[in-house]
Design a protein around this ligand. Sequence first.
Ligand SMILES: Cc1cc2nc3c(=O)[nH]c(=O)nc-3n(C[C@H](O)[C@H](O)[C@H](O)COP(=O)(O)OP(=O)(O)OC[C@H]3O[C@@H](n4cnc5c(N)ncnc54)[C@H](O)[C@@H]3O)c2cc1C
Length: 459
Amino acid sequence: MFDLIVIGAGAAGLSAAIEANRGGASALVLEAADAVGGSTALSGGVVLAAGTRLQRDRGVEDHPDAFYDRYMAMNRWSIEPRLARALCSDAAEAVEWLSGLGVEFHLLPVNSAEFTPRGHMAVGTGAKIIRVLELEATRLGVEIRRGCRVGSLDREAGGYRVEIASSEEVYTSRAVVIATGGFGSSREKLAKHYPSAAVHGDLTWSVAAQTCVGDGLELGGACGAGLTGHDQGLALITPGFEQNFDVVPPAWLVFVNREGQRYVDEMMPYSMLTETTHQQSGGSGFAVLDETTRAQAAPTDPTHQGVVSLDWNRDSIAAQSEKGRVFRAGSLRGLARQAGIDAESLEETLSRYNADCDAGADSCFHKDPAWMRPIVEPPFYAAEIRPCLVALTCCGLRIDADARVLSRKGEAIPGLFAAGETTGGVLRQYGGSGNSIANALVFGRRSGRAASALARGRA
Ligand SMILES: Cc1cc2nc3c(=O)[nH]c(=O)nc-3n(C[C@H](O)[C@H](O)[C@H](O)COP(=O)(O)OP(=O)(O)OC[C@H]3O[C@@H](n4cnc5c(N)ncnc54)[C@H](O)[C@@H]3O)c2cc1C
């Protein structure tokens, strides 16, 4: 019998196993895929944290309390304060810990909705974070079994019985950490737990690892775990041309709704664009541009706010208009008719936008005029944009600040822990990029420490 079995070897699971080992517990990690890493390994590797050495070196004054206040306000106090407090308090320590293991970080100047520089970007992205965690776990002698998808989890006297889905293999342990990541790669679970993203049908897709299908929800559920965070997640807006992971749409696009009105500063933080677009009639909007702007949209155009746009470049827009995903017309009225937008209103909206471009000031949304391009040169283009590119799922197992899994009644289930994207209550879409890896590291480490203390009879 192991002291601890960790299910899933992403940032949360590997952190848990390392801390449990350091606490003197024997730990076995079971990973469904043939390689460790999950979504963490695919990620940009940005970790939100306040009060780090790197911030101090860069002259940034910051503190976990300020991070907490901002994080709660951004998430409209709709997450669990105790969990948010733990996240904000421990994130800096997690960054220092990774630095000590060999991850070098750059401090991003501003990070989406985060106006104090808190985004610590790993050189070598999330893959580097995973590499150092895997190396450390291996160095400590933690056993990691790959290609072992856990199919069932049962409580039994003195601990847990863990069964591998595709074989007869059974393992037992005193404690278990569920760290199976999110459920973005399961259409069924998206429909059930994140319906506002799933509503776009075949156009909905996820950047998560293929093995992130939400097994943790069932494994925890079989032991009586409660869920929290229904219909929460981060689904980015996309024109759905191809399955391209464009996080930030080019600032020169103009977004209108079916009523033909602009509804937002197109440079709003991307996580906010999701909700604002979802709130428009039909749950989507349209991105409009003219021929001059299309012709200038090179794939590496600096006007993409420094981001290479795979969707919004001249060749892609032209190709998609041939396929019918982009409407194209010689007049704005014709464009509006094709797209189902109120034509008169669209003409008025764009006439005002063009006048604002000339005046150098956005009279509606105060968008930075440096990014405004008039819409005057036919043909005109419009593509429907929908919030259906799932980057993160936030519905998951209920936990407390020690990462103990809570039952539907809110009681801790003995010996059962969970960490990372498989949990709920810590993340919502407004947190700013970097909250999810921070969440995986902080609660992964907390779960490993608590589980080892429990298994070794110290708690
Ligand atoms: C492209 C991309 C970019 C991102 N960029 C960022 C970013 O810069 N900053 C940020 O904070 N967040 C980012 N995210 C989100 C973030 O990476 C994840 O939410 C976070 O890393 C999840 O960590 P985790 O350990 O909980 O899960 P994962 O890293 O997904 O690990 C879960 C592991 O569990 C395994 N598993 C699943 N089911 C089973 C089972 N039944 N048995 C055994 N193993 C199982 C999976 O194979 C996987 O290896 C990004 C995500 C993606 C996909």
